[in-house]
Design a binder for this molecule. Structure first.
Ligand code: NAD
Length: 377
């Protein structure tokens, strides 16, 4: 792919910035897709392969996600081309600080950073401190607080490690299940990907009464018809092991999870996991997109034609950016979780209702709503 293949349209991308630090020898990229609704919000992804084209797609998804969640943010995404297994913690800190200083003309006025793959609360603290503004990044640590001058109040960080995205995914699932009269207390769930999103989706769906019959990570999947124990799985994962070391259940190849007999399937790992190889083998009634772009649109259409309800990523996983907004406004964790639930339930209900009325897919309705909000400004 070359640069001329980037599609510029009525929304953006407004800026594509590439930076290189000759001293630290790293490349960074910032794509600001659209700022009509406010400063562009999007995480910093660190992988050895991150590139402009991937970031352009992800930044556009953020533009729509923020508009759908009715947040005063545009969409962006940033990337650092780095292999984290090859650098030290200290070097990573220097790189984040340098990248932050390079983006200072944009952040926080036009760009607000957040965590993504390879970054978390610690990196957001480094980014914000190097920029010199509290507002430059969200997803900062909970013990990092800003005293508001002259007032007793203080604003504190709301890290994504609190689980806002998985919590929102669980509520999107509950709302979709209610819509098709599927009793969550009798429903089965399979979760592909057991990281930040998967762990919390698992925990909250279990609390809502669902039976988690399968989970997977990069090493494989574990399946148990009678239900898995979410806290045991979480303990295992947090001890640095793979979920395939869970002592009970049947071990499967990681791709087999998409083909299981389950009421609800939650892809919560990487992109394009449902594709030409397995689209005809999916048996779930509902798919909740915890990951970003887990199913290319043409396969979503095929699944939709079979009557499978798909709550798209731009609604289902917006808990993270809603938490970012809560942090930006200085909410406490309780108010953040309430805001995530309220917005995700309302938006999921709206797209379910309108899709039925207009005979469109949930994604088509979601995009129509997002586009009209952005056009109104
Ligand atoms: P993470 O790095 O915490 O966890 C990813 C998990 O997926 C790990 O358990 C990993 O072992 C597993 N995995 C990797 N490749 C896999 C594969 N091919 N099959 C099965 N499992 C695999 O990441 P995360 O923060 O949970 O993010 C997951 C997805 O959700 C990404 O697409 C991310 O962009 C999206 N997302 C995350 C957030 C957030 O707040 N964390 C918000 C919105 C969207």
């Amino acid at each position: 792919m070359n640069r001329t293949q980037i599609i510029y349209d009525e929304f953006g991308p407004e800026y594509i910035l590439e930076v290189y630090d000759p001293k630290l020898k790293f490349r960074g990229i910032l794509v600001i897709d659209n700022t009509i609704l406010g400063p562009a919000k999007g995480g910093i992804r660190i992988t050895p392969t991150v590139n402009i084209y991937e970031l352009v797609r992800l930044a556009r998804a953020m533009t729509f996600k923020n508009a759908l969640a009715e947040l005063p943010f545009g969409g962006a995404k940033a990337g650092l081309v780095l292999d984290l297994s090859k650098i030290t913690w200290e070097k990573k800190k220097e790189i984040i600080q340098s990248f932050s200083r390079a983006l200072k003309p944009f952040a926080p006025k036009k760009y607000i950073a957040g965590p993504d793959m390879g970054t978390g609360e610690r990196e957001m603290q480094w980014f914000s401190e190097a920029n010199g503004s509290w507002q430059a990044a969200t997803g900062k640590p909970a013990n990092l607080c800003l005293k508001i001058f002259g007032k007793k109040e203080k604003k504190c960080g709301l890290p994504h490690e609190f689980g806002s995205t998985g919590y929102g995914v669980a509520w999107a699932a509950k709302t979709a299940a209610d819509f098709i009269d599927l009793d969550l207390n009798k429903a089965t769930v399979a979760i592909a990907g057991f990281g930040n999103v998967g762990i919390f989706a698992c925990k909250y769906l279990h609390q809502l009464g669902a039976k988690i019959i399968a989970v997977s990570d990069s090493q494989g999947a574990v399946f148990q018809k009678q239900g898995l124990n979410p806290s045991e799985l979480e303990k295992l994962k947090k001890s640095g092991k793979s979920i395939i070391e869970y002592p009970l259940g049947k071990k499967l190849k990681r791709e087999e999870i998409y083909e299981l007999e389950t009421d609800i399937l939650i892809p919560a790992a990487s992109a394009d996991v449902i594709n030409q190889n397995n689209v005809n083998k999916v048996k779930a009634k509902i798919i909740i997109e915890g990951a970003n772009i887990p199913i290319p649109e043409k396969y979503e259409e095929i699944l939709g034609q079979k009557g499978i309800l798909i709550v798209p990523d731009i609604i289902a996983n917006s808990g993270g950016v809603i938490s970012s907004y809560a942090e930006y406004r200085g909410y406490n964790p309780k108010k953040m979780f309430e805001t995530v639930k309220k917005k995700i339930v309302k938006n999921t209900e709206t797209i379910l209702r309108e899709a039925k009325k207009q005979n469109l897919s949930l994604r088509q309705v979601a995009l129509k709503i997002a586009v009209s909000r952005i056009k109104k400004g």
